[in-house]
Design a protein around this ligand. Structure first.
Ligand code: ATP
Ligand code: MG
Length: 374
């Protein structure tokens, strides 16, 4: 069995709410490791994990964990000292040490412990070490935990600690990255994808499923809703000036997302929208689209460049799926140069003339929605 110390960053400083965050993190860890045998102990803002095998792949996807140390446990300081001497000698390294007492029972202060261990160690290597490594020593209930960083996590807040969010998820690069960023801030995500089958292909739906599969490794239990908007797109195509089609599609998406969110007790929508990336993402158009919902809309990518988004997609594992060829329901029936400026009043005026039909079609779409669970 190996021993690991999982360090959190923000959770430690959450004061009186710390217990709330810790409980969610523990549940997430248990869910992630449910097929393995392990022991987990809360040392107060840090967790001791006893487990076999390589855990980097799994633990690095648990938000809230900042660093993972591989550690040894000793019950006296002399053994710690021997361990450090051996590490320095065998690895030919200099040692930096951080000492922390989690309970103040021990009769030496952190500073005294440091002096006791390092005073001698300083003179131990007479050659200048080629590199220096940082070790952490933690005293907790008569035990010394000592070790070095094995890998980093993404930090952030455990998924669920900030509540629930509904993502409008396409198969492009952006919305999966937006999802990642919001999970990192503690949102438990639900996913909604619009398609226009059979105008758009079945591969489009496979793609979105594969994306959710990847995101689920962070989200730990996901629901993907599918809505077919083909009929309403055809209706708009016949009744709306083509330069406004995207805006009408988008407003329908926002209304349907809002209805689903409210039915599920979700208070926030998440999109991969970005300022200026495509024609529908000017300030005027973002505003006109947003007017179709009264929920808070989070757009975590708003200020990122495309390359920054792509880099992140590669890191989180959605890039290879998004880059596969595929259709996008929003590019159906639309002109090469959609309007970049929309006047909300004008859009609302057009919309009001066909309001009943829109409502009827949207109700139909909502009724026919499909749900996939991960
Ligand atoms: P993405 O890379 O996420 O597709 P994009 O740069 O292609 O974004 P748009 O296609 O204008 O930009 O989409 C903007 C946002 O609208 C998307 O990030 C997503 O949140 C939402 N969206 C677009 N198409 C769909 C869809 N078919 N189903 C659900 N949401 C969608
Ligand atoms: Mg897109």
């Amino acid at each position: 069995m190996g021993f690991y110390l999982l360090k959190t960053s923000e959770i430690v400083i959450k004061g009186r709410n710390r217990k709330f965050f810790e409980k969610i993190l523990i549940n997430n860890l248990k869910e992630k490791l449910k097929n393995k045998s392990f022991k987990l102990k809360n040392l107060g803002g840090e967790f001791l994990l006893e487990i076999d095998g390589n855990i980097e792949e799994e633990l690095s996807k648990i938000f809230g964990i900042n660093k993972v140390l591989e550690i040894k446990i000793f019950d006296n300081l002399d053994s710690v000292k021997d361990f450090l001497k051996k590490e320095a000698k065998e690895k030919g390294i200099g040692i930096k040490l951080k000492v922390k007492r989690k309970d103040k029972e021990f009769n030496m202060t952190s500073k005294e412990i440091f002096e006791y261990l390092m005073g001698e160690l300083k003179y131990f290597t007479n050659q200048a070490p080629k590199e220096t490594k940082e070790y952490y020593l933690i005293y907790y209930k008569k035990n010394f935990f000592i070790g070095e960083e094995k890998f980093k996590g993404y930090g952030g807040l455990p998924v669920g600690a900030s509540g629930k969010g509904l993502v409008l998820l396409s198969t492009g690069f952006d919305s999966p990255v937006a999802s990642f960023l919001m999970m990192k801030r503690g949102l438990k995500l639900y996913f909604l994808h619009f398609h226009s089958y059979p105008q758009t292909s079945i591969q489009d739906i496979e793609k979105v499923k594969n994306i959710v599969q990847v995101l689920d490794e962070y989200n730990l239990g996901s629901e993907l809703y599918l809505m077919n908007i083909l009929n309403i797109q055809k209706f708009y195509f016949k009744n709306i000036p083509s330069k406004y089609l995207v805006i009408f599609y988008r407003r329908t998406m926002f209304r349907l997302a809002t209805k689903l969110a409210k039915d599920k007790g979700i208070k926030v929508l998440v999109t991969g929208e970005n300022l200026g990336q495509v024609a529908s993402q000017t300030i005027d158009n973002l505003k006109t689209i947003e007017n179709a919902t009264d929920l808070l809309v989070l757009r975590p990518l708003i200020g990122l460049n495309k390359q920054e988004i792509i880099n992140m997609a590669q890191k989180i594992g959605t890039y290879d799926i998004s880059k596969l060829p595929g259709d996008d329901c929003c590019s159906l029936f639309i002109p090469k140069h959609p309007a970049t400026k929309s006047n909300l009043k004008e859009i609302l005026k057009i919309e009001s003339t066909i309001k009943d039909k829109i409502e009827e079609l949207e109700q139909e779409i909502y009724k026919e929605k499909e749900l996939l669970k991960f």
